[in-house]
Design a protein around this ligand. Structure first.
Ligand SMILES: *Cc1c(COP(=O)(O)O)cnc(C)c1O
Length: 396
């Protein structure tokens, strides 16, 4: 018996003729030069790749704000970078305190548990930021070797705005600090060396506006010492950070690197360096604040109060009776704008990462968003929202 080929005419018409505007919680739109770089395949161990990796590390030192040479990549999602950081730094018996603000910070704690660590969870109420005094109490009580937390909790749009203070406290307790910056890196300040952070995790498809599937981890010298002095080898061969240095520091073979994705990441990072971090942070801040004002101008409420609010992903409270899936389906079908629902809280989320923070994307998104609510029977004031957005952008 042979199996016939599937009907190709159905397979090649999946992509819409007009692409959807990706305004959800990632992946985000990529600039044309990043897309072009992603269309190229080169020798994964040749001279060109050697230069690309050298530059990715050099640009990484700027974007992570570190002098550490221990920047390594991984062929995998942001979660693979999280796992690389956690699995290399912990082993059975390691004491870990995990600050859990939501879905992703809890994922870090789960990874530590699966790697045999003795994990204490410091649960933060939904929609709030971690309180440094509470962190200090947890460190004092449990004396962990490793603290894990997120800078921005994408799932419920909270931001641990006291990250620098928390890292400073952890230093006093001789504790390594692992920070998930997947949605925030290059969208808001994160000073790895100055704040004393020991591992920073990022993915491609959010703040950096590259593609999903190629991610980075930066380790401090102190973290690297722990990684290279493990009492037992890493159990995950592919995620072994010391093996990753074969490729990332010696131009030799660990596994076949995701060459196209690395070229895309290189281009995305080059664009960050060209824009410079201060200008990029300001573009993100001004764009997100304008969007937030526009949403409030519509007459809707933001989910998180300003002290704990994440700018990189904006959470909007749903009026009762409205389902996130209905809002997302309507705005996608009628306006070709993609936004995100949530994992838990009654919100929808609009991303403000990388290319999402452009005025033309804000106007299209806010108009589509307001019109969607109107169509679904919610009394929102679309002209007032649009005017508020315009005013905020003019003033920034
Ligand atoms: C998206 C995200 C992740 C996971 O990234 P994947 O590429 O989906 O694995 C982890 N942490 C945060 C804060 C994120 O926003």
């Amino acid at each position: 018996m042979t199996i016939d080929a599937p009907h190709i005419e159905h397979l090649n018409r999946i992509l819409p003729e007009e692409p959807l505007l990706m305004m959800g919680a990632g992946p985000v739109p990529i600039p044309a030069p990043v897309a072009a770089a992603n269309g190229i395949v080169i020798n994964h161990l040749g001279d060109t790749m050697g230069r690309i990796i050298d530059q990715v590390k050099r640009m990484g030192r700027y974007i992570f704000q570190t002098e550490s040479e221990w920047i390594v990549g991984v062929a995998g999602p942001g979660s693979a970078a999280m796992e690389m950081a956690v699995a290399n730094l912990v082993w059975p018996g390691t004491k870990v305190v995990s600050i859990c603000n939501g879905f992703f910070s809890t994922r870090l704690s789960e990874m530590a548990i699966r790697n045999g660590a003795d994990v204490e969870i410091m649960q933060v109420a939904d929609g709030e930021a971690a309180d440094p005094a509470q962190v200090e109490a947890a460190l004092k009580q449990h004396r962990p070797q490793v603290l894990t937390l997120v800078q921005g909790e994408t799932s419920n749009t909270t931001c641990n705005q006291s990250l620098a203070e928390i890292a400073a406290i952890a230093k006093r307790y001789d504790c390594l600090v692992v920070v998930d910056a997947v949605c925030t890196l290059s969208t808001m300040p994160l000073l790895m060396d100055e704040w004393g952070i020991d591992a920073v995790i990022t993915g491609g498809q959010k703040g950096l506006s590259s593609i999903p599937g190629v991610s980075l981890v930066a380790f401090s010298d102190q973290a690297w010492e722990r990684v290279t002095n493990r009492p037992e080898p890493m159990r995950h061969w592919t995620l072994d950070a010391t093996l990753a240095t074969n490729f990332w520091h010696k131009n030799s073979y660990h596994y076949t690197a995701p060459v196209s994705g690395l070229l895309a990441l290189h281009e995305a990072m080059r664009l960050v360096c060209e824009e410079t971090l201060p200008k990029r942070f300001e573009r993100h801040r001004a764009s997100s604040i304008a969007l937030q004002a526009g949403i409030e101008g519509l007459g809707l409420e933001l989910y998180v109060k300003p002290e704990a609010r994440l700018n990189s992903v904006v959470g909007i409270q749903l009026p009762s009776g409205l389902e996130a899936t209905d809002v997302c389906a309507h705005i996608s079908k009628h306006y070709r704008v993609e936004i995100a629902g949530s994992f838990g809280p009654p919100i929808v989320r609009i991303g403000q990462m990388g290319e999402q923070c452009r005025a033309h994307n804000l106007f299209r998104t806010l108009h589509a968003f307001g019109s969607t609510f109107k169509a679904l029977g919610v009394a929102v004031d679309v002209p007032a929202g649009m005017a508020e957005l315009e005013n905020q952008l003019q003033n920034s």
